[in-house]
Design a protein around this ligand. Structure first.
Ligand code: G3P
Length: 222
């Protein structure tokens, strides 16, 4: 069973391009160390190698493509993600959807390369389907709550507990994260109570006036 974790997706927010993105990743590392929690950074793709090579805390890619290395242009292979120093990748984020057979391909490549795969899903059924592919994590996020102020854990707690139950019925090794609207320690505590192994969030940290204090608060629930 993995340690509970907080995954921070920097998305394409203007607040975290380049140096600012590295600054936020350093804050994730620092607060993780200070609180003894695992805080994962998912920086913007162009900053992936810079961030992964600058901090020791885990860094994941926001996305990856279902292609083998070779004569292609504009793709990001799982091999390149690992080469950049990242230890995992989000797959099928609701803002970067993939076809089912591409999700399976990426999960398989992650397993071969020895990096973590976290497949994002939008409801209970797709969470169960994703579990059948054997990723390390399934992250359930109702799209309508993404970027909002109401956490999935209070707006739709059943989606979390039922996704956990459904995923575990398929494969006990797959852990569930939840996300959308997560903002504070109460949301994280509720996620854990509902059976999730942690949270995936973005705006609550990236757009915060003081991301360090938000990270500290989130981590206090673990
Ligand atoms: O990847 C995290 C995400 O989609 C949730 O975003 O802004 O609601 O925390 P947010």
């Amino acid at each position: 069973m993995t340690k509970p974790l907080i995954v921070v997706n920097f998305k394409a927010y203007g607040e975290v391009c380049g140096e600012a993105g590295l600054g936020l990743a350093r804050a994730c590392e620092e607060i993780g160390k200070e609180t003894g929690t695992s805080i994962v950074s998912c920086p913007q793709m162009v900053d992936l190698a810079l961030v992964a090579q600058s901090i020791r805390a885990p860094v994941w890619s926001q996305s990856s493509d279902a292609v083998s290395p070779g004569g292609r242009t504009g793709h990001t292979t799982v091999k390149a993600i690992k080469g950049a120093g990242a230890t995992g990748t989000l797959v099928n984020h609701s803002e970067s959807r993939k076809l089912l057979f591409d999700i399976e391909d990426i999960v398989k490549r992650c397993r071969e390369e020895g990096i973590v795969s976290c497949v994002c899903t939008n409801n209970i059924r797709t969470s169960i389907a994703a579990a059948a592919l054997g990723p390390d994590f399934v992250a359930v996020e109702p799209p309508e709550l993404i970027g909002g102020d109401v956490s999935v854990t209070s707006a739709d707690p059943e989606i979390v507990s039922n996704a956990v139950e459904g995923v575990k019925a398929i494969d006990r090794k797959v852990n569930v994260l939840c996300g959308a609207g997560v903002k504070n320690s109460a949301d994280v505590a509720k996620a854990i109570e509902l059976g999730a192994r942690g949270v995936l969030l973005a705006s609550g940290v990236v757009k915060a006036k003081d991301p360090r204090s938000v990270l500290r608060d989130l981590a206090s629930a673990l």
